[in-house]
Design a protein around this ligand. Structure first.
Ligand code: ADP
Ligand code: MN
Length: 564
């Protein structure tokens, strides 16, 4: 862009210049330029004349340079035409009208562009509002030349000084004039500009000036007060919110796909959080084939002792694997055949959750180291969390034991197996280093949905398999003198079955059938268990109903169930 001529073009009446001031130029004949005396230049009258001339020249040049967009705004409405405008532009640029350079022209163009943009928005709003009963305002989309701090990307300190001033709005808090020390008023009424109420109102008002896509609600007529830290967070969010939303959304979608939490389950979880049984669900711990486990912080449950951390086990509603495992339930006298016959898959899954609940409750009665049931809703089981601060206790398979702890864990596991059999009258049926956790120097048993009652036809087969898993694991881990599975089995059952491996299994079955001693023992246990089980089952059902009644989860669920 060419800069203004270095000399001043004079009106006609001024004198011609001296010959020495016009050297011969190698570029060709120079145009005669008229100059004036310093005295003349200094005169005020001439100065104002020159200024006007300069301005109109500038305005003409601007017309040429500016990319005219006649289809949007007609040239006659171009906002930069008047003298006042030019002066205003130059004033904004912080310069006097006499001195012009490229920077200033660029600023002027920008300003002109911004004005056109604003005019367009106004026209747009007018166009829309003329046909509509509801009027919209695009005011916040307009470009306004407010102080630059407002656009500062840096997150500011939580201090009042960091908050930028917005100048257009006159409101209550603006009536105060603060002195240099940031104080206003006298005596008792003295008020600091850091006054919490004042700042709160100021912040609430500024929220209204956030971009329109920021859902701040309409708090214009309310006496809303926003603490500085909240305001700063909101402002930060208004800038980064969109990006974060997209990322979060992506993450949630993935999590859903990964752990297969279907919409119904999500609603159930939402209800639990909504009813404040859970404070928040923080994330997935495990996404197995049969169940997904999540960690959550406990909320409150009337009259119930709510743990601070919970594990939510969600039995999967779409899985076929469970079909293969009906064996575990079919032989269990606690679950009738009818439970299966008329059931749709969703209901079948629910039986697993109920079974785990029943087993956990029974185990709890005998003080087994296992999670405690907090709530059961359909196929979602909420229990106490084994672990700390969202970190689940490691499975035995993942613990790096020292010799002492390893020996301890082995002995604890055997004690658990005996108690399981003797007192709970249950066989875990999936006991291994995967379903035993190590927490606080203790072995904890989890995952008991498939645990069966001792009367189950395959109970002892399952028990032998458990023995095999446990012995194999501890032997492999380096425990010395680990019992053979057969020995462990005999120790737990107090039977005396001979043989090894497959032979042991057939011997065991025969023993089970023939040994009156074994039958008698089983019968005794059965009666003992019958009483205990019925009692505790009823109790657990009552507790459950009470707890969930308090939660008042709506039972529109019933309809869902009857669908298929
Ligand atoms: P699955 O049928 O998928 O094996 P589990 O009941 O074994 O279901 O749970 C899967 C994983 O979730 C466990 O290995 C354990 O890491 C974690 N988990 C389950 N229940 C709890 C709990 N109450 N506390 C802490 N972690 C748990
Ligand atoms: Mn498991």
């Amino acid at each position: 862009m060419d800069s203004p001529a270095p000399c001043i073009v004079m009106p006609q009446e001024t004198k011609p210049v001296n010959a020495w001031s016009m050297p011969k130029s190698p570029w060709g004949q120079q145009k005669k330029v008229e100059t004036c005396s310093l005295n003349d230049v200094m005169s005020e009258e001439l100065a104002s004349h020159l200024q006007k001339q300069q301005e109109s020249k500038l305005a003409k040049r601007l017309e040429k340079i500016a990319p005219a967009e006649p289809q949007i705004i007609q040239p006659e409405t171009l906002p930069c035409e008047t003298e006042e405008d030019i002066n205003a532009i130059l004033a904004i640029a912080g310069e006097t009208p006499e001195t012009c350079d490229d920077m200033k022209i660029a600023q002027m163009l920008q300003l002109q562009f911004d004005r056109e943009h604003n005019t367009m928005l106004e026209k747009e709003a007018q166009k829309f509002n003329s046909q509509s009963k509801v009027s919209i305002s695009l005011e916040n989309f307009k470009v306004s030349h407010i102080p630059k701090e407002e656009e500062d990307e840096e997150e500011e300190e939580d201090s009042d000084d960091a908050l930028p001033e917005v100048v257009e709005h006159k409101s209550q808090w603006r009536k105060y004039q603060f002195n240099k020390g940031g104080l206003t008023g006298h005596g008792k009424d003295v008020m600091s500009k850091h006054d919490a109420v004042l700042c709160g109102r100021k912040n609430a008002e500024k929220i209204m000036q956030f971009p329109p896509d920021f859902l701040s609600g309409d708090a214009e007529k309310m006496d809303l007060r926003l603490p500085n830290h909240v305001f700063n967070k909101l402002r930060h969010y208004s800038r980064t919110g969109n990006k974060q939303f997209n990322r979060l959304h992506e993450k949630q979608e993935n999590a859903t796909a990964e752990h297969a939490v279907d919409p119904r389950t999500r609603i159930l979880l939402f209800k639990l959080v909504n009813a404040e049984v859970l404070e928040s669900i923080t994330g997935a711990i495990s996404g197995g084939k049969e169940a997904a486990v999540f960690h959550a912080y406990g909320g409150k449950l009337e009259e119930a002792d709510m743990p601070s951390e919970c594990a939510i086990k969600i039995f999967k509603t779409t899985l076929n694997e469970f079909k293969n495992r009906q064996d575990y339930i079919k032989g269990d006298h606690r679950f009738s055949k009818d439970d299966f016959k008329k059931q749709n898959p969703r209901k079948t899954i629910r039986i697993w959750a109920e079974k785990e609940t029943a087993n956990l409750n029974r185990m709890r009665k005998f003080d087994m180291p296992s999670p405690r049931v907090v709530a059961l809703k359909k196929h979602v089981l909420v229990m106490t969390f084994i672990g700390e601060n969202g970190q689940p206790a490691p499975k035995l398979k993942d613990v790096r034991f020292n010799t002492e702890d390893l020996q301890d864990a082995y002995e604890q596991t055997i004690t658990i197996m005996k108690k399981f059999q003797d007192e709970c009258c249950l066989v875990h049926a999936d006991l291994s280093e995967f379903n035993l956790l190590w927490h606080d120097g203790k072995v904890w048993v989890i995952d008991v949905s498939q645990a069966v009652d001792l009367t189950h036809p395959k109970a002892f087969e399952f028990l032998f398999r458990d023995c095999q898993n446990i012995c194999k694991f501890f032997d492999k881990s380096g425990v010395v003198n680990v019992l053979q599975p057969e020995e462990l089995f005999n120790e737990i059952t107090a039977w005396d079955v001979k043989g090894h491996g497959v032979d042991f299994l057939s011997q065991m079955r025969r023993y089970e059938k023939e040994s009156s001693e074994a039958n008698l023992a089983l019968e005794n246990r059965y009666h003992k268990k019958q009483y205990a089980f019925d009692f505790y089952w009823d109790l657990s059902q009552k507790q459950r109903e009470k707890a969930l009644g308090a939660v008042q989860l709506s039972d529109s669920d019933q309809e869902e169930d009857d669908e298929s």
